[in-house]
Write a protein that binds this ligand. Structure first.
Ligand code: GUN
Length: 286
């Protein structure tokens, strides 16, 4: 088995297949998929991510528009913007980049709930969350979809495996619970109140970590032969780091994702996939 789980390679494969599929449908319908990204904060990181997502859209033939709002925007204006996009039938996917500005942060769910479930390419709307509860992963969150795709691409068995997730967010940890349960894994979710986290780490056949702390996972913490999925992304002096001390852990683990080039490119690849799914739903194409 290959020891480096190459997310970049899988993302490139998925993107190039998607480009072909989009082109096939475009030739028949004359309609291109379109994603609308809403950027309401002034965080330079968010702007970089949104620009990168739009660049990837263009590469596979998805049109995109950027709705850049002032950071002191009112709740009503943002709700109106979402409503306009819901009613615009040339827009198939809506991405509300998070986090929202401080003033609106507490109402994040209110905005997400307003996005039409058919256009909810992040899979954050309560309807899509509920479908995932029933193991329907059609419009499920992009990062967890990417992690599952990577494990499946490398034929990593999930049935009966002890999977430990260190993250309980709506973006990563919670959706993974349902996706892994569907595939018959045994799941432990660790978080800030978990006692003796090392005890759980030591048992993990598969460890999925997203805490945003470089070198959080060291060699002593993992089980020999464990599969390590590093979702963390921290920028230190312009360089990107995951949560795992890659060089230390490499020898001892069974396989590991690199940073960069691991889960990151797959998150974007699945945003494109979800936009394509949303587009087909709206065009009533199977
Ligand atoms: N902010 C950080 N990651 C994400 C994501 O996957 N989707 C959205 N909408 N915002 C984010």
């Amino acid at each position: 088995m290959e020891k480096i789980l190459d997310g970049k390679k899988l993302a490139e494969k998925l993107n190039s297949e998607l480009k072909q599929e989009i082109n096939n449908i475009f030739e028949k319908t004359g309609v291109k998929p379109k994603l609308a990204a809403i950027l309401a904060n002034e965080d330079p990181g968010s702007e970089i991510y949104v620009n990168m997502k739009r660049k990837k859209c263009a590469e596979v033939g998805i049109e995109s528009i950027l709705i850049k709002l002032e950071k002191d925007i009112s709740e009503n204006t943002l709700l109106e913007e979402i409503n306009k996009l819901n009613n615009d039938n040339t827009v198939h996917g809506i991405l509300l980049q998070l986090p929202l500005p401080t003033k609106l942060k507490e109402s994040t769910n209110k905005f997400i709930e307003k996005i039409s479930p058919l256009k909810d390419v992040d899979g954050f709307n309560p309807i899509n969350k509920g479908l995932l509860f029933d193991y329907n992963e059609e419009l499920a969150p992009c990062t967890p979809k990417g992690i599952i795709a990577l494990l499946e691409y490398y034929s990593i068995e999930l049935k009966g495996k002890d999977v430990v997730i260190i993250n309980r967010s709506n973006l990563v940890g919670k959706p993974l619970i349902f996706m892994l349960l569907k595939r018959n894994a045994t799941i432990t979710v660790c978080h800030t109140s978990t006692k003796n986290i090392d005890k759980h780490l030591k048992r993990a056949d598969i460890l999925i970590v997203a805490v945003g702390k470089p070198k959080f996972i060291t060699k002593e913490k993992i089980k020999e032969g464990a599969i390590i999925i590093d979702v963390g992304q921290s920028r230190v002096e312009g360089k990107l780091f995951g949560d795992v001390d890659f060089d230390q852990v490499f020898e001892k683990c069974g396989a590991i994702t690199p940073t960069p080039g691991g889960v990151g490119p797959l998150t974007v690849a699945f945003l494109l996939q979800n936009t394509f799914i949303a587009y087909k739903k709206q065009l009533k194409i199977n």
